[in-house]
Design a protein around this ligand. Sequence first.
Ligand code: G3I
Length: 372
Amino acid sequence: MNKKVEKAIWLCFACMPLLMACSSSKPAAHATSSLKEVFQDDFLIGAALSWTQIAEKDAVAIPVIRQQFNAATPENVMKAEKLVTSWGNYDFTQADRFIDYAKKNNLAVNAHTLIWHSQMPAFAKRIQNVDSFRTFFSEHIKKVAGRYSGKVQSWDVVNEALNEDGSLRQSPFLNLLGEQYLIDAFQLANAASPQTDLYYNDYNNEQPRKRAGCIAIVKMIQQAGGKIDGVGIQGHWHLGKVPFKEIEESILAYAALGVKVAITELDIEVLPRNFTGAEVSQRMKADANSNPYVSGLPENLQQQLADDYSRLFQLFVKHKDKISRVTFWGVHDGQSWLNNWPVPGRTNYPLLFDRKGQPKPAFYSVIATKKK
Ligand code: G3I
């Protein structure tokens, strides 16, 4: 053998232990860390799943879901608009697939959502007659909650019933049925699915005025003898502006009512936006500055995202006795609704996994909160 080749082979063998030591001391544990394992003694870790993911056609998401999450919320397939094809007729194909997928992947199901003014079937939006509307309302809850009774851990029974000032939103439910609809919705859901935790879910309900409205809803249901198990704080927040103080105050205030708190739709917006919250009917005009990070998120913002997520999870762990679940609104950045709202076609970075399903610095910072 040529002397040079012989020396190279020898060097290779001699350095092997050193190479192995180096590779085992690098943060390989991070790359294989699992959110659901790291937080297993604290709360469930969920993700909202799109239809593409439920149908197992999102190759990027499949391993991430399997490794990282133990809970799931259907992003869209259980909304009334998707389920109801015409008066009295339902298509449960996609919702049933979601339930099967969750079972196969050991994911606790938070079903979303029974009563929401948005995404109602077109015919229901046109109903003016109170009795007809009440029939639609009651039959919908009985049919959908009843079908999945025993198969879902929790339901977002009523979604986004509040205005920002804490008053009740002028939805068809309020206008036609009065505020009693809130009590009735929880009562009907409980009758149809008695083993299921029942939540009221909203965005910005960590803010004082909306929080007060949310507390009033919980008390109203409790005083009527109804069953309400939790409040969902959606958690659609903004980079560098996460309202940590208000979040903590809200966790304490809701828990004081004797209900659980879930963070139900967590993401952190990194793109320019001139309003907060998640009012889906709200839009923003695109301009030359509205989509600034098409080729990647700058390092300083990536770090800010990691810091914001780290502080959030420190807070969640501090109050783990009050928090049942933390669910991200999506599995990876490529799926996020924030790529298309409030401006269509932007490149957003709100989650812990990138468009290739790789963990971002924010993922490592969340994992690291357990080591602090
Ligand atoms: O499936 C249709 C497709 O057939 C059609 O070609 C396409 C054309 O627009 O629309 C598709 O439906 C869209 C659907 O998402 C699935 O992608 C709807 O237009 C779009 O409005 C819908 O947006 C969803 C939005 O709720 C309204 O339902 C988002 O994905 C979903 O992330 C978002 O989730 C809400 C929560 O339910 C409640 N809290 C706020 C949160 C964010 O807005």
